[in-house]
Design a binder for this molecule. Structure first.
Ligand SMILES: [Zn+2]
Length: 421
């Protein structure tokens, strides 16, 4: 019996590097640009409808126009009837369906107030991506696997994507061998993308009834972590993890490369050459993109390693809930906050905890710094700790605290309290 993605017990994903031919690269570009076009067209339609809605007068022509726009958002046929070039054999029908789904999802996120602004146009960038998905034939297959769908793997080093055909791929050998050894794995949405450096990738959602990872041994320990600006985080056992130095080094290289890039852009402008055709500008842009990607990878690696370290050694992990929008109001910290990647770190912890069946709790960070973790005394308004106060003594029980460790202990206590409720 074929099951939907959501009916499976375990979910995971995989990202592969793919090596398309020139012909395939052309088709990828065409599909990605069409996906963006469809999304933007639907945004444009909804904007026009919204503008008509504000008029609140009844005019025959306007009602008809709204009807046409609504129809265009709703059905692919009327979209295709309006844009005849969409009848291209290279265009993947699943790509169109997924672009429409993404548009609907963007509105859903906005209505559930997950995002602040209503869906907006997607800009044209050097990076491209579109989504597609495999179909499993009910008559022919009884259970979905990695290889028996209309798209998916052919073997561990080749994938098949609709309209593109067979492409050589490369991914983590360890993960590939593991998922191929599993009994039944279904592939969900597939994203074909090109990054700003010109590398092509394919990521897939995977689902199975078997766990994707082997369970970790029970340790019975609980830990609280305090994210702060001075170091990356401090845990309630007093262990401190610093920001990695190597990212700073790459960052210096990026700054220099970007300075050169803007010089090349000036040169293009002086000679009236569009940036897209400036050979030296483009070469430098690729260098900047490569360096930025290096930073991204270095940071992601660091965050994965740190998150995995916590998940491996502790069964319960408590962290503070980050309200970035509030923190950003404290202007001076903005850059440090963004670069620290805390949000990503907490996201990693959350999904890893779920995957390895650990407990991860986020608690309200109010007063965690100003409260004594030994006796619960909260410093009154006049005696609040400043950012520069690293150590302090509790006026009530006279215990000397390290600022960050005390905060981590408070976070842990608060987390355990919410768990025992
Ligand atoms: Zn105290």
């Amino acid at each position: 019996m074929l099951k939907k993605m959501s009916e499976y017990k375990y979910h995971s994903g995989i990202r592969l590097r793919i090596y398309p031919s020139h012909q395939q690269k052309r088709i990828i570009k065409k599909n990605a640009e069409t996906a963006r076009f469809i999304y933007n067209e639907m945004i444009a339609c909804s904007k026009e409808i919204a503008a008509f809605g504000k008029l609140s007068i009844y005019i025959q022509g306007i009602t008809e126009r709204i009807q046409v726009l609504r129809e265009r958002i709703k059905s692919v046929t009327s979209l295709k009837a309006h844009f005849l070039w969409m009848d291209d054999v290279d265009l993947d029908a699943n790509m169109i369906a997924n672009a429409k789904k993404n548009y609907a999802h963007a509105w859903k996120c906005y209505r559930c107030s997950e995002t602040k602004n209503p869906p907006a146009f997607h800009r044209r960038t050097y990076a491209l991506s579109y989504q597609t998905n495999p179909h499993y034939n009910r008559q022919r297959v009884s259970e979905a696997t990695l290889t028996n769908g209309s798209a998916g793997f052919r073997d561990t080093s080749h994938v098949y994507v609709p309209k593109l055909g067979r492409i050589r791929c490369k991914g983590s050998r360890k993960i590939l061998v593991h998922i191929f050894s599993m009994h039944s794995v279904r592939i969900g949405t597939m994203t074909v993308s090109r990054d700003a450096c010109g590398g092509y990738f394919l990521s897939m959602q995977l689902a199975s009834d078997e766990p994707f990872v082997t369970s970790l041994p029970k340790t019975g320990s609980a830990i609280g972590i305090d994210l702060n600006l001075k170091n990356f985080y401090m845990d309630s056992n007093g262990r401190c993890v610093n920001h990695p130095v190597y990212i700073q080094r790459t960052k210096r290289r990026v700054t220099r490369a970007q300075r050169i890039l803007s010089r090349k852009a000036r040169g293009c402008r002086r000679q009236h050459i569009p940036l897209r055709r400036g050979v030296r500008y483009q070469a430098q842009r690729r260098l900047v993109a490569r360096l930025k990607q290096k930073i991204k990878r270095q940071r992601q690696d660091f965050l994965h390693v740190q998150a995995m370290d916590l998940i491996k050694n502790h069964e319960t992990i408590v962290a503070e809930q980050l309200d970035i929008s509030r923190l950003i109001q404290l202007r001076r910290c903005t850059k440090a906050i963004y670069e620290a990647g805390w949000r990503t770190f907490l996201d990693f912890l959350e999904y890893k905890a779920k995957r390895y069946r650990r407990i991860f709790v986020k608690v309200n960070p109010a007063y965690t710094t100003q409260r004594c973790s030994a006796c619960g005394y909260i410093l009154p308004t006049g005696q609040r700790l400043q950012l520069s106060d690293r150590q302090w003594q509790c006026p009530s029980c006279h215990v000397i605290h390290d600022r960050d460790r005390n905060a981590a202990c408070n976070i842990l206590q608060r987390g355990l309290a919410t768990l025992s409720k």
